[in-house]
Design a protein around this ligand. Sequence first.
Ligand code: SIN
Length: 331
Amino acid sequence: MSGKCEDQFMKTFKFYRARVPPPPLSKVIDVDNAAFADKITKLTFDNNVEQDDRLELLGLKPFAHWPVFTIKKHPGLIFIRNPFTSHGQRYWIRKCLEKYPRKPNKTNIDIEVILEDWWETCYEGHKCNIQLLKKLRWTTLGYHHNWDTKEYSEANRNNFPSELSELCDVVATYLGYNAFRAEAAIVNYYHMNSTLSAHTDHSEINLEAPLFSFSFGQSAIFLIGGEDKSTVPSAVLLQSGDILVMSKEARLCYHAVPKILSSPSSPWNDNVEDIHTKDVPKFRYIYEKDVIVDMNSNQNNGNWSIFNGYVQESRINVNIRQVLNETQSRL
Ligand code: SIN
């Protein structure tokens, strides 16, 4: 590819990455802002779509409260504007910090030191080990993405968290992807000066299955272009709770995060007095009891405060893929 072709994505990336002066945000598509109404199409789903009895449990609002859009210039890119309750946001943020970086999952820290439990190690002294806290950049779940070979393998695979796979299943089924299976995830941890450079996700055998991307904490400018870097990318504002689905024509498009932005609000702290406490005599799902215990614990602002401290200054993105074809159960 010629340097000239590559220019367009890189040019926009550099424009939004700038620190001094900070970039103007007037062209960053914000689905909440009526000024961008001509750039997006609101998708309506059949109102008869059955409520899923996992919604409340997984911290999701009823389907009728899910604003779903596509961005006209990027067919296949589906945007769901924060379908999470505040409890739901707290639950998923906490999972990403407390549970997902635990062994046997892999993290970027492994090349330096193998920590059984990163979060616990950060807090084991009298005060938080900020240096260690800031060191976590990614953790991988299920089939672990190999950053060098870019290949998945059976030898490099652990169980995919059941609650996360259920979350994806609810979203996928709602959008009509009934056969989707969550098999690999990368959880990205961003600080206010972090960026993620342009890339495509093509290591999966199954490139037809969509990719689901969940954002929590601080906001981001997300760039989405075409299948090569010659297309001028669009900039989209991603806020806490937003879900992006890269399907069909958008599945193999270049994307990047040139900037993290301070979120003007903290939706994970809204109306948390709406107690979720549930006394369920019989659990329907294997993860249900754990979810209820965690949701209840997160209502206590004392328990929640260390997680709150993290997301007030960071962004978390959970990126989920199906690796195998429908008929396969292993590589
Ligand atoms: C990714 O593409 O891997 C992450 C995108 C994001 O952080 O929104």
